[in-house]
Design a binder for this molecule. Sequence first.
Ligand SMILES: [Zn+2]
Ligand SMILES: [Zn+2]
Length: 295
Amino acid sequence: MFPRSDSPRVSIDLHSHTNASDGTLTPAELIALARRVNLVALSITDHDTFEGYDIALPIARAAGFDLVRGIELNSRLLMDGFSHSRFVHVLVYFPLREPTPEFHNWLAEQRADRRSRNEKLAKALQERGVDITLQEVEARGRTLAGRPHFARLLVEKGYVANFEDAFEKYLGEEAPSYVERESKTTEEVINLARQGGGIPVVAHPIRIGLARAVEHDVLTDLKQAGLVGLEVYHSDHPPALQAYYRDLAAELDLLPTGGSDFHGTVKPDIELGSGRAHNVNVPLEFLEGLRRFEQ
Ligand SMILES: [Zn+2]
Ligand SMILES: [Zn+2]
């Protein structure tokens, strides 16, 4: 640990998860940690839910701590009208305004859809003689419960040797118990975010896995569809890549954002505020940029 006098930086973290999605800390523990590591602002961006943020808000307010409402949504990338089975995580921030009732309704629908897909899959597996319940899957996956959690259970219970087997025999498109998964396209999610009063940002672009020229074109198209920001700083982005994405954001007129994507003990090498081996240090200007955009 560095003595406090060695770290005069004023930094923030715009990407973190609580145990309302797939993190391990409670919202109260996350706020306490954010204050301990001297962050001046934090966004809780759980997958598909505001539950963690809602619990954290009164705690943050009582402490005079700047908490920003956010959420992380998955989407399917379409290129040239075709789905290439690539997924884009979209962070949506609400730094000043509240989400519209329509946005809340849409989230509730998403959760209901996910639940009914999981119900169908559990039933299809039970019909094939597999002893698995929806409750067991949901206990592992919470708001994200889905096929990876089914796969983990199938391995744990000895039905298959590994994840690959689980998908091949039970969960994949070729398996007789396959249940189709629907997800919105990235453009649809961007639209819903904008109409819902939020600011959509492409999260950890490196994970989309596109070649640079293709990535440039995809982001250009998404910007035209209403994309506002690009996550420049992230635990998965080494310093050279952060510099690259910062230039790209400037070139495409996208607001730069950043965060550690902290999850707690499930990703022990990632620290709140500072990422992986201190590779993340997000300046307060990024949040000011988001707030200016909304005004
Ligand atoms: Zn993500
Ligand atoms: Zn995340």
